[in-house]
Each structure stands twice: as structure tokens, then as C-alpha cells.
Write a protein that binds this ligand. Sequence first.
Ligand code: PMP
Length: 354
Amino acid sequence: MKKHNFSAGPCILPKEVMQKAAEAVVELDGIGLSLIEISHRSKEFVAIMENARALALELLGLEGKGYQALFLQGGASTQFLMAAFNLLDKKAGYVNTGTWSQKSIKEAKLIGEIIEVASSQDQNFNYIPKGYAIPSDLDYLHLTSNNTIFGTQIKKFPKTDVPLVCDMSSDIFSRQMDFSKFDLIYAGAQKNMGPAGTTLVVIKENILGKVSRQIPSMLDYKVHVSKDSMFNTPPVFAVYVSMLTMQWLKDLGGIAAIEEINERKANLIYSEIELNPVFSGFAAKEDRSIMNATFNITDDSLKEIFDEKCKEAGINGINGHRSVGGYRASMYNALPLESVGVLVDIMSDLEKKG
Ligand code: PMP
């Protein structure tokens, strides 16, 4: 039975990527050996790492602009700490837009002084704060571009001379923007890029070396840059599959092409949520995420039928996060428009029943 995979992450990846990844586990490109049994120093894997690093910069439009791409381990959660370790000298600012922002604040507080420049906690994070003041003496301002749990997304980034650090774990490679306004971008692979196990870090080289503390090697961006992202054994499978997914995206036409499809998917579900009285959206309209649509059912008596219909249709992974409840349809890059259509048809049928 065909499944429609709305999982929030790890999540759907392109079918052809998974096919190629499966083949490479048995034998990589006719070399008589598996991807996962060769040395990471072999010419085959070195080429994969180089290609993955180059593709990341190419897709983001950052080649030749002083940036380095790294594929590290420890998830985006390690980046909460690592960003502060490498960049926080005196004081950093954080915008608190939900669970992941809060976790990044908690880790950075271990390193130095943090000020929360804005927060949307007063309304359970259903909107993105705007128009807040950004002190000019911050070492950096930390943002979360897409709030996976609450389904909000920053549409307009603040204008500031303070260096910008952004957790793009759940919307990397999904929409066009000028990525050169960020000094550090990080994203766990397991949404739009690949399987869990690696984290993309894109860093502007000239922002490094400004803090005086000693940094443990594994947490030091400079060490990883100097070793071409091969300071220690990299997560070879996760890097390979990320490379395949980035190649898939490039072949499709890059971020511009996928953004158009992502907007169509988002428009389809949000217009249903708006028009159908059986459902209500969680996030403020102007801040709604094109990746994660969060919504509730207004008539509890229809919940059982809705869940049953979704199950019958092969819909997977639409339960909301435990901190929000309701439903969350995650529509990452590899999710076809058709899958959103299947979900929206069920929602629309439910209105007729209600
Ligand atoms: N930031 C965001 C926006 C996320 O969605 C997640 C995971 N869902 C994380 C950080 C944490 O990532 P990881 O599990 O890779 O540490």
C-alpha cells in the first residue's frame, strides 16, 4: 500500500535517493566494496565528502564567498553548544521562538551571557516576534528559521550589523533567500537533506578566531575546517545520502524549483484549514511554516473518523508534537504534492460529514 509520509523528521527522502543509497550499501559504484566498509580516506569517499561540501555551498549560492561547509556529528543539538563555544565572547542575543530555541539558549548559557531579545512564549509560540530592538554590542544574534514543533517560520529576517547565526534544521534548502547575510547556518540532516547522523554547518570563515577560550578539538570549527571536515571519521553513510539528496535537488532546478512546489503544497493545506470549519490552524497566518502545518480538529467527535480515514489512506506521521497536541503535517522537500492532496481530500470529506 502506498504511504503518504508526513513525518516531522527523520522524514521522507526522494525514492531514487533511497534506491541509490541502498545499492551503495551493497556495492559503491562498481568498486566491489560497500560504501560502509571502505576507508573514509579512500579516494572514493574523499570525493563524496568534497562533492557534498561543494553542493551545499552551491545550492545556497555561497561558493567563493568565504564560507566553508562541514558535515559534523552530534545533531543540531551539539551546534547549540558549539556555536556559543566558538562565537560567544561577551554577550549573545537569542530570539525565543519555541522548544529548539529554548534548548539553544540553555546550552549557550553554559558558555556566557545571553539575552533573550524577543520571545513568543506568551502565546505558546504560535507567532514570530517582530520589530524588536537588537543591541549593537552582541557577538551574534541566534535565530531559528523554522519552528518544527509549532509550525511557525521567519519570513523576514531582522536587518542588523550583528552577525547572524541561524538554526535551519527544518527548512534548509526549502526556500530562496540571501544566505550570505548569515555568518553561521546549521541544520541536522534528517529533514530536507538526508538520514539522521550528520549536521550541515555552513560558516563564514572570518567570523572564527575571535574568542580567547580554549576550544576542545571536536567542538572547534577551525579544526574541522582545517581538516576538510575529516578531523575524525565522518558519518560516511549520512554524508553520502545527503550528497545524493543535494544532487537530486540540483537536478530538479535547485532551491528556486523546490520552493515553488513547497508553496503549492502549503497553499493547498492552508486553504483547506482556513475554509473548513472542522479544522483550525495553530500558527498565526503571516508566520505559518511552509514545512510544518500545525492544526487542530474543532469537533472532537470527528477525531476518530479523521484518524481512521487517514490510516486507511496510508497517511503516516501527522500527530502533533506532545507540547502542542492536534496535528502536524510536515511537508518537506521530498513529499509530493499528491500526498498533500490525499490528506486535503480527507479533511474536506470530513466537513461534509460534520
Ligand atoms: N532544531 C530544530 C529546528 C529541530 O527541528 C531539531 C530536531 N527536530 C533540532 C534542532 C534538534 O536536532 P537534532 O535532533 O539533530 O539534535
